[in-house]
Design a protein around this ligand. Sequence first.
Ligand SMILES: C[S@@+](CC[C@H](N)C(=O)[O-])C[C@H]1O[C@@H](n2cnc3c(N)ncnc32)[C@H](O)[C@@H]1O
Length: 332
Amino acid sequence: MPWSRPAVAMDLNDSSALARLCSDGSRLRLLALLAVEELTVAELTAATRLAQSRVSSHLARLREAGWLRVRRHGTQTYHALDEERMSAPARELWRVLRESTGDALLDEDSERLASIIAGRAGGADAPWAESVAGTMERHYSPGRTWEAAARALVGLAQLGHVLDVASGDGALAELVAPRAASVTCVDLSVRVVQAGQQRPAAAAGLRFVVGDMHALPFPGARFDQLMLLNSLSYAEEPTRVVAECARVLKPGGALVAVTLAPHRHEALTRGYGHRQAGFPPDELAVLFGSHGFHVGSCGVTSRERRAPHLAVVTLTARRSPTPAPGGAPTRP
Ligand SMILES: C[S@@+](CC[C@H](N)C(=O)[O-])C[C@H]1O[C@@H](n2cnc3c(N)ncnc32)[C@H](O)[C@@H]1O
């Protein structure tokens, strides 16, 4: 059978260079440590008990291949695995190796790493925190995930009657449901809505409705808060969707929208059903502003960690107590 050519191909030189880079056990040990924490040569040497010169030469090769991020702090140079910058095949190969390799040496390395981290800054109170102060969001700490943070922070919210527009199966609505008087999910897909109705939270006040975000099946001024998360890219006519959001929100009601910034990866996003290739934050703010919203903030808030590193825009807005001139929310 002929060799089938993938859509994005490395040539044979690239492939064999990548395989060679991963063909050394010591280098894999260093990578396993660098994936967890940014480390100096001395720390890597202490964790692996390899000769310092070997550690340095492995690091030089990994740096040359574009696998490492280097940060200088005072007299120290810290190295970390830079998965964002690695090529897609490199990241994939590393993922397979990491997930399928188990070895007593790796366990010993990581035990020694834990005591090295604990001993950083020479203090017993907060050595880890001090060593990453200023860039904490980029570092691993046991149990400190973005999901755990989101679930915890929702606990501070006090919500009224919430509408989740293009809700999907309610994965995010379920998160806020315990903090809301009610949560209504509306989605175009009957199948998605049926899946949402199977969620345990559905029995506890999460309501699902089939409907089109261009013509929401609700009376005006019905909701206190509105979620428009990862939805606008699916709109045929974003302007109509924004007008509908304004119509169903009570005066003074709050809205949060998350969507992609403009990108050139339509071949990718079309596969997920997107109809819009992202929104420039300034135009998005004007669009909401012209439909009776007071926009609190609108801008790029994060970037995907994996290629193609799509940028994500977050908009927060409040429906004006009175409709804006020329932007009266009306049913289309
Ligand atoms: C990426 S999912 C987002 C789900 C959810 N908001 C979230 O962030 O987890 C997009 C959802 O939009 C729904 N959708 C697409 N076009 C729609 C429309 N015109 N009206 C309502 N929902 C729509 C799809 O069925 C899908 O469930």
